[in-house]
Design a protein around this ligand. Sequence first.
Ligand code: GDG
Length: 472
Amino acid sequence: MSKTIIVSNRLPISLRHRNGKFEFKPSAGGLATGLGSIYKEGENIWIGWPGNTVDDPEQRAEIILELHDLKMAPVFLSKADVEEFYEGFSNETLWPAFHYFTQYMVYNPDHWEAYKRVNRKFCDAILKKAGPEDTIWVHDYQLLLLPQMLREALPNATIAFFQHIPFPSYEIIRMIPWRKQLLEGICGADLIGFHTYDDMRHFLSAVGRITGLSNESGYIQAENRIINVDSFPMGIDYDKFAKQAKSRKTQNIVKEFRKQVGDQKMLLTIDRLDYSKGIPQRIEVFDQLLKQHKELHGKVSMLMIVVPSRDKVQSYKELKEEIDTLVGRINSEYSTLNWVPIHYFYRSFPFEELSAFYSMSDIALVTPLRDGMNLVCKEYVASKTDQTGVLVLSEMAGASKELQDAILVNPNDRQGVVDAIFSALSMPEEEQKYRIKSMQESLKKYDVFQWVKVFMDRVDHVKVKQSELDSK
Ligand code: GDG
């Protein structure tokens, strides 16, 4: 019987070192939940890095055993792998390139060597588990070379790839010295998925111009193989967010939080620390709003959660300092004894509290400069169980293609965002309800389980098409 193997850079758990022992903390992320329906079944398995370096062979053996019971297998990365492959090539070359931040791109041949080496490590780990007819679903930009490595070793396997971040225009891709190898690496897959139609189009155009492979309606004809490329916008676990928002636990937290902030309007922003999320730009927008609308002083606060991320990379350290300075400047300028304009948290919160923040906020301000999808805006909408609330959403987030009932903004148009917040603050309840309801309907229908199903059905479809061609 053939099985399905999920592969991602990180396993859906974190490995923590505590009192000389290792502990596993399961990840409650959307991807882990969505893919749970796959890797927990039968002989299926999830392969990836557990998120910590482990050098001791005895400890490695112990971890392998424990993960085996959780239907996972680890790929162990060395300190140098983490620095050069993960922090280096993945986060200092591909991440900025794919988010159009070309000024942050690093072109380091040692990082490229490490990227190849670690993709090979993943390939070797998979080959220890995979049979010739298995289905292997590879996730994201850290593993772009893996589909082709797997194809060479297992020509009959079914290989799928999904990219969670944007795919930029050919003009950006051509800047990367190793562009051809990267594109050929992805093209080892039978099915290649992106969040949006634009990402898919950019990919097909780059493949055509750089590798010479042309396509017809999303089907690339490679030597002896067809490759299907399409968009599959990822959903969330809608019911989980809706249920949590209604729960007594979350509603008690909302009451407690509301007691502390009173009846002022709350603007919510939640992001991982990342320059692609446009955090300083958003704080400046809020500053401009307060400058232009003095009547809002004391009546509106921003609740800003920044989740620590990649804090060893220089540009992220600088970003953190920039945010700290901006928040300090604005709070020191406007605060009164009973009003703080920006409530700033540099940490992550337990799920019930996250849900309470979504539930209590009048407006969610989701204004990335570039985002593959952005799940925060979808989670906000799902959590508005009384259907009041307004979503102000950047056109540069993949989610904007689906959430057309949000107030859509260009995050670079500062005055435009100020005006959007102002009109959100005065939006009649009836209109809020109409917009939230319409977005909820589509998010409920296309949730993360549906996303997995549609993607896997397409994998089967491409394989059938391939075998029809083979038998001709
Ligand atoms: C990448 C792409 C794409 C945040 N704060 C807390 C918390 N979170 C959770 C949210 C949400 C997740 O983190 C963030 O997801 P996003 O999609 O918004 O952003 P990235 O991390 O950049 O994800 C992105 C995604 O992959 C999926 O394909 O949408 O474009 O960049 O789920 O809920 N969770 C908890 N406490 C917090 O304080 N528990």
